[in-house]
Design a protein around this ligand. Structure first.
Ligand SMILES: C=C(O[C@@H]1C=C(C(=O)O)C=C[C@H]1O)C(=O)O
Length: 279
C-alpha cells in the first residue's frame, strides 16, 4: 500500500509514531506500506490518479469522489486560530478584487472564497500563487498562504490579516477540518492501517515537547512557538463537532459551486473507521 502524508510541520504529530522507531534504530521499515510526503493539493491529485492508495488529502477533495472513504479519526483541524492558514490583504478585506490562492491548498482556497462571500458579499478574481515564488511579491489585493510559509510575520505591511481558522470558527461556531486520511475505492487492509494511523497520532501527541524541540529550528520557530502551534492551534481528532463543521463547510462549498452535492459526510461509526455513503 502507498500512503501519502502532508509535507508540512502540521503533520509531524500524525506521522511521528510511524517514523520515530525506524529513524532512532536505523532499522529498515517493518511497515507494510510505503509512506511518501507531498503538498496537500498534489496528494489529492495523486490519490485521484490511483498513484496513492490512502492519503491525507484536503477535506474539500473528499467531496469530489463519492467512493472515497475516511479511514481514520486522525485529521488536521482547528477549534480556533490555526496560525498557518492566512489571508494577507493589501486593502480592507471587503475591497479585495484580486485574490491569489496558494497552489499547495485546496481546502483553504475554498474556505477563503466562502468567507469572503458570506462575510463581505464579494467574489474576487482568482490568481495562482505558485509554490516556489515569494508570496509577498504577488500583485493580488489578497493573498491566501498556507502551511510552513504562512507562519512567519510578513516583511511588508498589510491592511488586514485573517487567520482563517479563527474567522471560520467564530463565524460558523464549529471547528474546521483541513485534511483527513482518505482511501480510494477498492483498497484492502485499511482497517489495520486505520488502527496504525490512530495509534501514530496518539504517540505523536504524547511526544509533542520532543517533536517541537526537534522541528522548531528547521522552521525558524522557537521551541515554545512550535509547541503552542502543535498543541494549541491544531486539533488532530475527527469527532462529532468536527464532522458538523465539515458538513457546514460542504453546504457552503456546494452553494458556491466549489464542490458537488450528493456526498454525505459520514456519521462517526466507531473509534477509527468511518464509512462514507452517497445521499
Ligand atoms: C492547517 C493547515 O492545513 C492544511 C491545509 C490544506 C488546504 O488548504 O488544502 C490541506 C492540508 C493541510 O495541510 C496548513 O497547511 O497550515
Amino acid at each position: 500500500m502507498k500512503v501519502g502524508a502532508v509535507s508540512y510541520l502540521n503533520t509531524k504529530p500524525l506521522v511521528y509514531g510511524l517514523t520515530a522507531i525506524e529513524s532512532s534504530t536505523r532499522e529498515p521499515s517493518t511497515r507494510d506500506f510505503e509512506l511518501v510526503f507531498d503538498l496537500p493539493s498534489r496528494l489529492a491529485d495523486r490519490l485521484a490518479r490511483g498513484e496513492l492508495d490512502v492519503a491525507l488529502i484536503p477535506s474539500i477533495e473528499f467531496f469530489q469522489n463519492p467512493s472515497y472513504s475516511i479511514i481514520s479519526d486522525a485529521c488536521i483541524g482547528c477549534r480556533g486560530p490555526v496560525f498557518s492558514v492566512k489571508l494577507f490583504s493589501r486593502v480592507p478585506v471587503g475591497k479585495i478584487r484580486t485574490l491569489a490562492l496558494d497552489e499547495g491548498s485546496r481546502t483553504s482556497a475554498a474556505l477563503v472564497q466562502i468567507l469572503l462571500k458570506e462575510r463581505h458579499g464579494i467574489s474576487p478574481q482568482l490568481l495562482p500563487l505558485p509554490i516556489g515564488s515569494p508570496w509577498e511579491e504577488s500583485p493580488a489585493d489578497g493573498i491566501l498562504v498556507i502551511g510552513d510559509r504562512a507562519m512567519h510575520p510578513p516583511k511588508s505591511q498589510f491592511a488586514e490579516i485573517w487567520d482563517l481558522g479563527d474567522v471560520w470558527c467564530r463565524w460558523a461556531e464549529l471547528p474546521f477540518v483541513f485534511a483527513m486520511w482518505v482511501a480510494r475505492p477498492g483498497i484492502e487492509g485499511t482497517d489495520e492501517l486505520a488502527a496504525q494511523l490512530s495509534a501514530a497520532r496518539d504517540q505523536g501527541l504524547a511526544n509533542l515537547p520532543q517533536i517541537a524541540a526537534t522541528e522548531a529550528p528547521r522552521y525558524g520557530l522557537t521551541t515554545e512557538q512550535c509547541l503552542v502551534y502543535l498543541r494549541d492551534n491544531l486539533h488532530f481528532y475527527l469527532h462529532d463537532r468536527e464532522l458538523c463543521g465539515l458538513r457546514k463547510f460542504h453546504e457552503h462549498a456546494v452553494r458556491l459551486g466549489l464542490a458537488p452535492a450528493g456526498v454525505a459526510v459520514p456519521a462517526l461509526a466507531g473509534a477509527a473507521r468511518i464509512n462514507t455513503g452517497t445521499t
